[in-house]
Design a protein around this ligand. Structure first.
Ligand SMILES: [Mn+2]
Length: 331
């Protein structure tokens, strides 16, 4: 990320007063934490800030300071001088308000997705950043604002969750450096971990047991799938958010290079999450289906039946080569 882009974004923020901070639907920890941290800091600078997200903050992130301040409706987007779009590779994912509104001339696009296709404004997009929160952290520094304890909690949670607790390939030096600083500002890792990862309901655990039963492994033993149907969710009384993290389980199997969680979201509509354990670029695979994401984590939406999607993916898996020890250079 070039420093002059950060400076341009900071200069723009200094010169304006009314901001809309928008993030993607079905927000994750990075989407929420990055938005709230930046929103809070702009607030302390005397700016008028609205944080917008079309879908609710999942329960396990409600501990994040300011989580209740997100609005799903925005009466007067044209009153906002600057749109800051965070962690969002495509405006389609930013919700109806953004899709409908005329984009103001001043826009800041903060993201770390490789396939970010939002044009215009200040393009603060760095695919090597561990999370959007890394870019927000740098922007706050450029604004010469101190990081409050609550902003620290938001930035730390964003990085913790987006790096899969410092396990994914986007885990970089900045992830540790910023986290270390946030702990210095009062963040207690044990408490955050308990909030984020320690809150399985009995229903969610039941769902997991059903989902693990659907495990299938490709003939070459390098690809695994899990499936979640609407029927299973109805039977266990769970919601979509309860599935979060299940996609990681197949990766724990020795030899599995990548995996898919195929989820029925409505009759005939599927959402597929892909995860790679190492050198398989699942962003590229998702792109073949019209989706996108990161090298090790991606997804796409599809129409059709579960079995045909799984067999298409299995065919792709057939061409995957087994990998070596994988020390360094996963990108
Ligand atoms: Mn992110």
């Amino acid at each position: 990320m070039k420093q002059d882009l950060i400076s341009r974004a900071a200069a723009l923020i200094m010169s304006k007063n009314r901001f809309l901070i928008a993030t993607h639907v079905n927000p994750d920890g990075d989407a929420i934490g990055s938005s709230l941290a930046l929103g809070e800091i702009l607030g302390t600078m005397g700016k008028d800030v609205v944080c917008y997200c079309e879908t609710p903050v999942p329960d396990r992130y409600l501990f994040m300071p300011g989580a209740y301040q997100f609005t799903a409706e925005l009466a007067d987007p044209e009153q906002r001088e600057v749109f800051v779009v965070i962690d969002c590779s495509d405006l389609d994912r930013a919700g109806k308000v953004l899709k409908k509104s005329r984009m103001p001339e001043a826009m800041i696009n903060i993201d770390h997705h490789r396939n970010n296709n939002i044009s215009g404004g200040v393009h603060l997009v760095d695919e090597n950043a561990c999370a959007s929160a890394e870019l927000v952290y740098r922007l706050i520094g450029e604004l010469r604002q101190p990081i409050t304890r609550s902003a620290a909690l938001n930035l730390y949670t964003a990085i913790l969750t987006d790096t899969g607790s410092f396990r994914f390939s986007n885990t970089n030096q900045a992830a540790f450096r910023i986290s270390e600083e946030m702990v210095g500002l009062g963040v207690i890792p044990q408490v955050v971990a308990r909030k984020v990862y320690g809150t399985y309901s009995a229903a969610r655990l039941k769902l997991l047991s059903h989902v693990l039963d659907t495990l299938e492994i490709s003939p070459n033993k390098m690809f695994a799938t899990l499936t979640v149907t609407l029927a299973t969710m109805a039977k266990t009384g769970t919601i979509r958010d309860d599935i979060n993290g299940f996609v990681d389980y197949p990766r724990f199997i020795t030899g599995i290079e990548f995996s898919a969680l195929v989820q029925e979201v409505s009759e005939g509509r599927l959402h597929v999450s892909l995860r790679s354990a190492g050198n398989v670029n699942v962003a590229k695979i998702a792109e073949e289906f019209g989706g996108g994401g990161h090298f090790n984590a991606s997804g796409f939406e599809a129409a059709g039946d579960i079995d045909s999607i799984k067999s298409r993916l299995t065919r792709i898996a057939d061409s995957v080569e087994p990998q070596g020890s994988g020390v360094g250079g996963t990108k």
